[in-house]
Every structure is written in C-alpha cells, then in structure tokens.
Design a protein around this ligand. Structure first.
Ligand code: ATP
Ligand code: ZN
Length: 298
C-alpha cells in the first residue's frame, strides 16, 4: 500500500514574508517546529512538509513541481520566471492573494530632476533588481533606457552617479525620501500569493492542495473582520444599515412578543470599531458585542 501522500509548500526562510507565512499556515492548522537548520519541516497536524528557502527560489520550485505549493510575492514570481522566459499565467496557478507583503515597484528620480512622463527616461540609466519587470514596462512605453542591475541598496545608486534614477520596491516611500528621491511611476503592484504548480498531481495530492487552499481562503477572508451583535428598536434598522453599508447579510431576530425590538448579527470589516460602536449607540443600539472572526467559510 502507498504511504499517505504529502504535499510540499515552499515559504520564505528569513525575510519580510516569513512571519506572516508561518502564522497563516498555523492558523490553517499546519503546525511545524522550526528548531533546527533544516530545509524541510514536516507538519504533524496536516500531511504537508514546509520547505524554508530564499524567496527568489520559490517560483522555480513551484514551476518545476519540486513543491506543489508556494507563498511568494507577485513581484518575485513575475521577475524570476520572466528571467527564465517562463510565462507565469500559463505555468503557475495563483490560488489566492493573501493580503500581506503589499508593496509596489516604482520608478524614482532625484527630487530636483524634471519629470514629465515616461519619455523623460529615454536614454537614462535606471538601477534596479527587477530588470525583467522594468524592461517590460519601458518596452510598453516605447522608452529606451538602460538597466543597471543591482542586488541591493538600489536607492543609493543615483547619489553614487551609478544611475540617473531607480526602479525599486516601495511600501511607504520613506526610504526614497530619505535618499532624496521622488516617486514618479508605479509599474507593478504586488502582494504575497499562494501558488500551485501546473504539473499534474495525483488525485490524493490534489485533494490535499484543495483542502489547504480552502483553509487559506477562509483565514484570509477573516482578516480585519469582526462579528457584530447588538439589540435595537426595529425602527433603528434603517439607520444601522446606513452606518454599516458594507454589512454582510445581517440576521435580524425579533426579541419579545411585539417584535418592536430586534437583535442584529452581522460581519463587519476594516473599520474603526470604536467609532462604529459610538454611532450605533447614537441611533439606539444597546448590548453591542464585537467578537473576533477566525475563519469565514462559504
Ligand atoms: P531572501 O533572502 O529570501 O531572498 P529578500 O531580501 O529578497 O529575501 P525581503 O526583503 O524579505 O526579500 O522581501 C520579500 C518580499 O516582501 C518582497 O519580494 C516583496 O514581495 C515583499 N515586500 C513588502 N514590502 C516590501 C518593501 N518595502 N521592500 C521590499 N520588499 C517588500
Ligand atoms: Zn530574495
């Protein structure tokens, strides 16, 4: 008899995506012990082995089917596969965006330099760790500029006269400002994604992948969501709906015999819950309860 099949997931070993990737897996019921300096960590709670690697290697591992799954930034996914002339959309299946690791790939120039549109970059030298994505962008704009490829500290290139501008990842923009640079174009928006290999999987493995995907989606959807419960006069329902326009299918339960008082239960997300409570009270809601949501499963 075949042993129980297991799947592999590659995540970043050390860096900006590591903590959130490990946390996501744990919330999906994938526990593993990162104690030693190993490559592969078997989970005891789900038939999956977690591979801890550099983020730049994840797309290739998934593309080649060395790992069935991976968690990686879209920027790295596109760049590293384009460098191998592999089309991402055709060769890797993106199962879901994960809502973390958000950043953008942007072009920036010294803050005093004139800039009026991509054509300004013609004939210029741009320092970047993303020659593929930058090249694709420049081509789409019909601009000829040269890429100065650097592996890190791209933002100091203009000050060193190595380049006239840069193309780098930006989250808040503070690094650019600190280096006297001004952001002029966003060429790619990125976040972490869960990806699956396109290589065919045996049915048992595909089923494991599907189970994990469903858990990941359930956990990711719950981020920023709260379960809100309150009592209110039925006449206040309209006002409550106005305060919570994004309210997801509220349950309205009559309280008492005359039905004039109701309990309202709903999921709300991405809001200032203290302000929400104050607004709800102001229209007559009472006994307001706000509870965390762990998973949202359809
Ligand atoms: P590794 O050693 O694994 O190669 P790294 O140094 O290439 O790590 P990190 O700096 O840890 O990579 O970034 C990993 C990913 O985090 C980036 O590719 C990007 O998708 C995302 N990210 C989010 N915000 C930022 C940011 N401000 N700067 C850089 N990357 C960011
Ligand atoms: Zn990297």
């Amino acid at each position: 008899m075949n042993p129980t099949p297991r799947v592999r997931i590659a995540i970043q070993k050390k860096g900006r995506l590591s903590e959130r990737s490990v946390e996501l897996l744990r919330r999906c019921g994938v526990d593993f012990d990162v104690r030693t300096d190993q490559l592969l960590f078997p989970s005891s709670s789900f038939p999956i082995d977690v591979m801890l690697v550099r983020d730049d290697d994840i797309p290739l591992y998934v593309y080649e089917g060395i790992c069935e799954l991976g968690i990686v930034g879209q920027n790295v996914l596109e760049e590293t596969l384009a460098a191998r002339a592999v089309n991402v959309a055709e060769n890797v299946r993106t199962l879901t965006a994960l809502g973390f690791g958000k950043c953008r790939l942007a072009i920036a120039v010294p803050k005093g330099d004139r800039y009026d549109g991509a054509k300004t970059l013609d004939g210029k030298r741009l320092a970047t760790s993303y020659p593929q994505l930058l090249g694709r962008y420049l081509k789409s704009k019909g601009v000829t500029a040269s890429c100065v490829e650097m592996n890190g500290s791209v933002e100091i290139a203009p000050a060193l006269q190595l380049a006239d501008g840069i193309c780098d990842l930006v989250q808040t923009g503070s690094t650019l400002v600190a280096n006297g640079l001004r952001e002029v174009e966003t060429i790619f928006e990125s976040q972490a994604v869960l990806v699956q290999t396109q290589r065919p999987l045996e049915p048992e493995k595909q089923q494991l992948v599907r189970r994990l995907e469903q858990r990941v989606v359930g956990v990711t959807r719950a981020v920023g969501a709260k379960y809100v419960m309150m009592n209110a006069p039925r006449s206040a329902l309209e006002a409550i709906r106005k305060i919570m326009p994004g309210m997801e299918s509220p349950s309205v339960i009559p309280l008492g015999d005359d039905g004039q008082k109701v309990a309202v239960h709903t999921v709300a997300r991405e809001t200032d819950f203290w302000v929400l409570v104050e607004q709800l009270k102001a229209v007559g809601a009472s006994s307001i309860l706000i509870a965390p949501v762990e998973k949202i499963i359809d």
